[in-house]
Design a protein around this ligand. Structure first.
Ligand SMILES: [Ca+2]
Length: 116
């Protein structure tokens, strides 16, 4: 897997989905969440996102990170839970909807057990 400079999530996920399948993709999202989250809080915060993105070699500006957090934060606590992160990733990948993949279906089936 190559992480090119200027990696674009929207270009990147469709190829992941075609190679992993929807269930495998959900697994990768959960792995991604684990990589980006604050280990103590179990949430993705601005600080954990900023630190872990740079560790992963993803060059994101502060305003891009904040934008991503605000976009994904559904309950307004300023951080992303695993569910919020997965929903955000689905929303950033509109082609998923064209393939008939329902985020609700997969989140319910595949993510809830992990959250328990
Ligand atoms: Ca939240």
């Amino acid at each position: 897997m190559e992480l090119d400079h200027g990696l674009d999530f929207e270009d990147y996920f469709p190829s992941m989905i075609s190679s992993l399948g929807p269930e495998g993709f959900i697994g990768e999202l959960c792995n991604g969440f684990s990589m980006l989250m604050d280990a103590h809080k179990g949430l993705i915060t601005f600080e954990s996102l900023k630190m872990n993105c740079s560790l992963l070699g993803l060059e994101m500006r502060d305003d891009e990170l904040l934008c991503m957090l605000m976009e994904g934060d559904l309950d307004g606590d300023g951080a992303l839970s695993q569910m919020e992160f997965c929903i955000l990733m689905f929303r950033l990948s509109p082609c998923l909807m064209d393939d008939g993949v329902s985020p609700n279906k997969f989140l319910t089936q595949s993510v809830d057990p992990i959250l328990m």
